[in-house]
Design a protein around this ligand. Structure first.
Ligand code: SAM
Length: 280
C-alpha cells in the first residue's frame, strides 16, 4: 500500500487522553512532523515513542512541505501533530494536508482531543449547530467589528481566547451581544484547575475580574446564539407553516416547508401539528 499522511490528535492537558491508535501510529511512521519539537518531546517520551521528529510550523511550512511530500512519495508514512489537540484547528498543518491531497496521497485522521469540542460538550449550551471562530483579533477595533458581524447569529459560537485578553474580550461581548447573553467559560480543560461554568456575560465578566486565577491558563468561550433572532426565525417558520396549512395537509405542509427551509421535516411536522391544534 502507498504511504499515508496521518493527522494525529494529541492531548490538550491530560496525558491519558491519547488514543491507543495515536500511539501505534506515532510509533510506526517513519517521521513525525511536529509544530514545535520541544513541546512534543515530553509526550513522546511518556509513551516511549522514538520516531524521528521534524519541525513543521507556520514559518517553515512551505519549505517543509516539499521534503515531506517527497518522503511520502518515496513510500514513507508521516504523522502530523501539533503542540496540543487536533492539528489544523487554530494550529498549523492546512497547507501540508492540502498539498498531500493534491499529490494524491492518502490523508488519514487519527481523531482525539480538541478544546473546542470538549468545551461545547460540557458548558451546557445548544450543540446542534455551532460556529467555530478560533481566536478573535487581538486589536480591539478589529475584535469589535468581528463581534458586530456575529451578534445576530443564532447558532452557538466558539472562541479560543488568550488569558491576558479574556477581560477585554468579555467586555466587548457584553457591550455588543448584551449583558444577558449566556457565555460558557471552559478553562484548563482536563488539567488540575479545570473550570467549566456558564453565566450571563455581565456576571461572568465580574466573576473573572474578581478572581485573577480565572485569568490564567487556556480558555475557550462558548457564546449562546442570539435568542431574539431565534424567536424571530421561529415566527417566520410559523407564518410559513400556517399559510401552507390553509391549503395542504400537515404532512404535505411540513414536507414543503422542509424543502423550502432546509429544516428537519420531523420538527416541522411536530410544529405543524401544534399550530393546527391551536387553530381548532
Ligand atoms: N489544536 C488545538 C485544539 O484542537 O483544541 C487548539 C490549539 S490553539 C493554538 C490553543 C487554544 O486552544 C488555547 O489558547 C485555548 O483557547 C484552547 N485550548 C487548548 N487547550 C485547552 C485546554 N486544555 N483548556 C481550555 N482551552 C484550551
Amino acid at each position: 500500500m502507498s504511504a499515508q499522511l496521518f493527522v494525529v490528535a494529541t492531548p490538550i492537558g491530560h496525558l491519558d487522553d491519547m488514543s491507543y491508535r495515536a500511539i501505534d501510529v506515532l510509533k510506526s511512521v517513519k517521521l513525525i512532523a511536529a509544530e514545535d519539537t520541544r513541546q512534543s518531546a515530553p509526550l513522546l517520551k511518556h509513551y516511549n515513542i522514538t520516531t524521528p521528529l521534524t519541525a513543521c510550523h507556520d514559518h517553515n511550512e512551505d519549505h517543509k512541505i516539499k521534503s515531506i511530500i517527497q518522503k511520502l512519495q518515496n513510500g514513507e508514512d508521516v504523522a502530523l501533530i501539533s503542540d496540543a489537540g487536533t492539528p489544523l484547528i487554530s494550529d498549523p498543518g492546512f497547507r501540508l494536508v492540502r498539498a498531500a491531497q493534491q499529490a494524491g496521497i492518502r490523508v488519514t485522521p487519527v481523531p482525539g482531543a480538541c478544546a473546542a469540542v470538549a468545551a461545547l460538550s460540557s458548558v451546557g449550551l445548544p450543540s446542534d449547530r455551532f460556529l467555530f471562530i478560533g481566536f478573535l483579533p487581538s486589536k480591539s477595533t478589529q475584535r469589535q467589528t468581528q463581534l458586530q458581524q456575529l451578534k445576530d447569529h443564532t447558532e452557538t459560537i466558539i472562541f479560543y481566547e488568550a488569558p491576558h485578553r479574556i477581560v477585554d474580550s468579555l467586555e466587548d461581548i457584553k457591550t455588543i451581544f448584551g449583558e444577558q447573553r449566556i457565555v460558557g467559560f471552559a478553562r484548563e480543560i482536563t488539567k488540575t484547575f479545570e473550570t467549566i461554568v456558564q453565566k450571563p456575560v455581565a456576571e461572568l465578566l465580574e466573576w473573572v475580574k474578581q478572581d485573577p486565577n480565572q485569568q490564567k491558563g487556556e480558555i475557550v468561550l462558548v457564546v449562546a446564539g442570539n435568542p431574539l433572532e431565534q424567536d424571530h426565525q421561529q415566527d417566520k417558520i410559523d407564518e410559513l407553516l400556517k399559510r401552507l396549512l390553509q391549503d395542504l395537509s400537515v404532512k404535505s405542509a411540513s414536507q414543503l416547508a422542509a424543502d423550502l427551509t432546509g429544516l428537519k421535516k420531523k420538527v416541522l411536522y411536530q410544529r405543524a401539528l401544534e399550530l393546527e391544534a391551536e387553530e381548532n
